[in-house]
Design a protein around this ligand. Structure first.
Ligand SMILES: *[C@@H]1O[C@H](CO)[C@@H](O)[C@H](O)[C@H]1NC(C)=O
Ligand SMILES: *[C@@H]1O[C@H](CO)[C@@H](O)[C@H](O)[C@H]1NC(C)=O
Ligand SMILES: *[C@@H]1O[C@H](CO)[C@@H](O)[C@H](O)[C@H]1NC(C)=O
Ligand SMILES: *[C@@H]1O[C@H](CO)[C@@H](O)[C@H](O)[C@H]1NC(C)=O
Ligand SMILES: *[C@@H]1O[C@H](CO)[C@@H](O)[C@H](O)[C@H]1NC(C)=O
Ligand SMILES: *[C@@H]1O[C@H](CO)[C@@H](O)[C@H](O)[C@H]1NC(C)=O
Length: 349
């Protein structure tokens, strides 16, 4: 039986030194690989990298990076010369010497499941199988069931963007018990959070369009069996006189096929950003697209959604069904008072 990581003995930990030295590079490689993968699939799922949480890993390079950033700000000796592009300047000043030659010894990651990983910050190789000649630094799998040499020598990585209410195996505590060393989920408490937000993906600075639709809000909900109360919330708002155009599979009132979601949202004052689970940090494109569209998000989802808000009062939060009457009143009030509505979109201008 596999022993959970946190219960392993000191002797075994000794054997784990090999990967801990390179953990930061494994993480960078996996994160970048992930970005490339998502890019290739042309998915909506952006990636963002939480440097604060990355720093929490407390590896030795951190201090250097911070120090260097300070140097760039304060030290005149790094002035950009006339013939140098910003990129060249940044690369020169951000340069870190590595203790491992990654061209010669690339980071090996196993069980990449035939994904496309053709770009890494440092040399890397992803394989779907392992062998003595491909000893992985990191494996995208828990320790259990792996050959014992691999169990000891590799860093075990879990990577998923699904909520743990739907996929209990993504719960941090449970993942760590199963032997994962590095968890990559939407949770900001995971070692490497992989959120849906991405500057590249979402044009948050785009101008606001005229609100031309008669209904207050648009909804795009297509999984009608969600684990939270989102459908009840939609019905509750309607019962309170909030006119909603529903384009998704659930409680549909308007044809949704062939409709461009973002362009459609732009025409509505409000957008129902109803997630399929209410879990901290689980904030998907439903929320980000509403902001991009300049449509005030009405949120059912992450209890800590305020932490993701671009400004105070930029969203309406239905924490429980009890909030429906108050939120419905607020929607109607904002829809009738241009000045007040305009203030909720202040972050755009
Ligand atoms: C980070 O590492 C430094 C030096 O290795 C140590 O003094 C400090 O306590 C560590 N911090 C955390 C939060 O583990
Ligand atoms: C860098 O630029 C600052 C501000 O223009 C100037 O005062 C300083 O002398 C420059 N340093 C060097 C090394 O050229
Ligand atoms: C910029 O000018 C310096 C000194 O004239 C030279 O050494 C350097 O190669 C130039 N860099 C580029 C990118 O042209
Ligand atoms: C790293 O390895 C490559 C390939 O073996 C070699 O060409 C290169 O010179 C090495 N770089 C350093 C800095 O040793
Ligand atoms: C409309 O909103 C503005 C700004 O919040 C507020 O000052 C004003 O009193 C509101 N007008 C009405 C009629 O409620
Ligand atoms: C808010 O009102 C100001 C002044 O009328 C206008 O310039 C701005 O574009 C409005 N902002 C939004 C988001 O409608």
């Amino acid at each position: 039986m596999a022993v959970p990581t946190n219960m392993r003995t000191g002797a075994v930990l000794g054997g784990r030194r090999r990967w801990t030295k390179w953990i930061q590079w494994i993480i960078i490689v996996v994160v970048l690989g992930e970005m490339v993968f998502l890019f290739h699939l042309d998915q909506l799922n952006g990636e963002y990298f939480n440097f604060k949480s990355f720093a929490a890993l407390n590896f030795s390079l951190d201090n250097d990076v911070e120090h260097r950033a300070e140097v760039i700000h304060k030290d005149d000796s790094v002035n950009r010369s006339n013939n140098e592009s910003c990129e060249e300047w940044l690369e020169k000043n951000d340069f870190l010497g590595y203790g491992r030659n990654f061209s010669k010894s690339p980071i090996h990651v196993a069980f990449g499941e035939n994904q496309v990983w053709d770009s890494c910050a440092v040399g890397c190789k992803f394989r779907s199988t392992v062998s003595e000649s491909f000893r992985p630094d990191g494996v995208l799998r828990a320790a259990s069931g792996l050959p014992s040499w691999m169990e000891k020598e590799s860093c075990h990585i879990l990577r998923s963007m699904e909520s743990s209410s739907y996929y209990p195996e993504n719960d941090l505590t449970s993942a760590r018990k199963r032997g994962y060393d590095v968890v990559m989920t939407t949770s900001l408490e995971s070692e490497v959070p992989v959120g849906y937000f991405s500057w590249a993906e979402y044009d948050l600075m785009s101008p606001v369009s005229r609100k031309t639709e008669g209904a207050y809000a648009a909804a795009f909900i297509s999984n009608c069996g969600a684990h939270n109360f989102r459908l009840e919330a939609l019905e509750g708002l309607k019962a309170q006189g909030v006119r909603i155009d529903s384009y998704g599979q659930c409680l549909r009132t308007r044809e949704g096929r062939g409709v461009n979601k973002l362009q459609t949202l732009r025409r509505y004052k409000f957008s129902l950003a109803f997630e399929n689970s209410n879990e901290d940090d689980y904030v998907t494109e439903k929320f980000w697209q509403s902001l991009v569209a300049g449509s005030v998000p009405v949120v059912v989802g992450a209890p800590n959604i305020d932490n993701f808000s671009p400004a105070p009062n930029a969203l309406l939060h239905i924490k429980s069904l009890n909030d429906i009457p108050a939120v419905a009143r607020q929607i109607k009030y904002l829809a009738s008072n241009f000045t007040a509505y305009n203030e909720t979109l202040r972050y755009v201008t």
